[in-house]
Design a protein around this ligand. Sequence first.
Ligand code: C5P
Length: 225
Amino acid sequence: MARLCVALDTSKEKALQLVDQLKEYPLIYKIGYKLFIPYGVELIKEIQKRVPNSEIFLDLKLHDIPNTVRNGVFEASQLGVSYLTVHAMGGKEMISAAAQVKGNTKLLGVTLLTSHDEEYLKELSITLSKEDFVLKLAQIALSSGADGLVCSAHEVEFLKKELGNFLAVVPGIRPQGKSSDDQKRVATPKEAVDKGADILVVGRPIVQSQAPRKVVEEILTQIGF
Ligand code: C5P
């Protein structure tokens, strides 16, 4: 069954308030630069204290030389985070080094960022299509020991067909299938799950809602909880 992950792209106070409001639901909480850089480990511990057995997704998109990334992944696994992102562009050696020390933390490969398009590939003199480039990076990540990939609802079906099953973490989800912000190609929770998403990442529709519990319930109902 698919899971719901709330992207806590907000202030520390708001994040903790949300965690308190939502603690009865089986959620994953995603922490990125906005919270991790100022509040880091203490915030992770605070969430773990408030919601025992909570699962945390640390979205740091690591990309450096293998030894440096290995050190970072080891430290993250010691914090007890359940998911951690690394850039597939870091290559086989980097991801293999990360996989050796990941412990119970699931490593998620990030392929081509959605902010990049075919123009960017041209600038880099990469002649592959965007789709083939994403597939190549996905193959590198999974064959080097990543547990899953961050991908869009529109890529997940194709990637699972080409690569077999993997943990597919999918952002760009909107409960009503419409976006009023910078997400351009969105999918509803049901569409994403039907295409093969295993974890749905939802930020603003929950974080900015006046009734976050209602939105969470709506999404969980859509995905069959
Ligand atoms: O607010 P929203 O639901 O758009 O948040 C989606 C989350 O997923 C954000 O934390 C964003 O950084 C992340 N993400 C994304 N698209 C990607 C990779 C990550 O929206 N391609």
